[in-house]
Design a binder for this molecule. Sequence first.
Ligand SMILES: Nc1ncnc2c1ncn2[C@@H]1O[C@H](COP(=O)(O)OP(=O)(O)O)[C@@H](O)[C@H]1O
Ligand SMILES: [Mg+2]
Length: 154
Amino acid sequence: MVVTASSRLIALPDLAATEALAAALARVARTGDALLLEGPLGAGKSAFARAFLRAAAGDAALDVPSPTFTLVQEYETRLGVIHHFDLWRLDGPAGLEELGWEEARDGIVLVEWPDRLGDLRPDGALTLTFAPGATEEQRLATLAWSDSRLDALL
Ligand SMILES: Nc1ncnc2c1ncn2[C@@H]1O[C@H](COP(=O)(O)OP(=O)(O)O)[C@@H](O)[C@H]1O
Ligand SMILES: [Mg+2]
């Protein structure tokens, strides 16, 4: 059965709006979810991931370093284990296995540059695409998800 993802376009007038969206998603997220974060450099993917992890951990000061060089960071949160991937420097699917992708999918995964996943892109993932807005602070986010939680959310 092919399940079509519904999508929503959301204006994010400032960083606080991005953080509020991340916190709202952390309230409905559960084990096995994949959040794929699309958009160009500086679009706000890491800012979203940081706010999501802080909300999930219940710790507004949680240190969330960029996984640009390590490619993955692991967090214990109230939602279970969350892995934050930045696949910009990934060589290919074999490298993804080495990073523990399969095990990470047992919990929640946040993925920057998810186009690198290729065939391993999860079915049923929430795809968030960030685009620059008219000002330095504005972003547009498109959420695509074949899950009824999207309706409850927005
Ligand atoms: N509305 C917004 N949403 C997200 N980030 C914003 C917003 N407005 C300004 N910013 C800033 O833009 C930058 C986004 O950087 P980052 O999250 O690292 O981007 P990416 O991971 O997509 O390359 C941060 O410095 C953040 O503070
Ligand atoms: Mg980033």
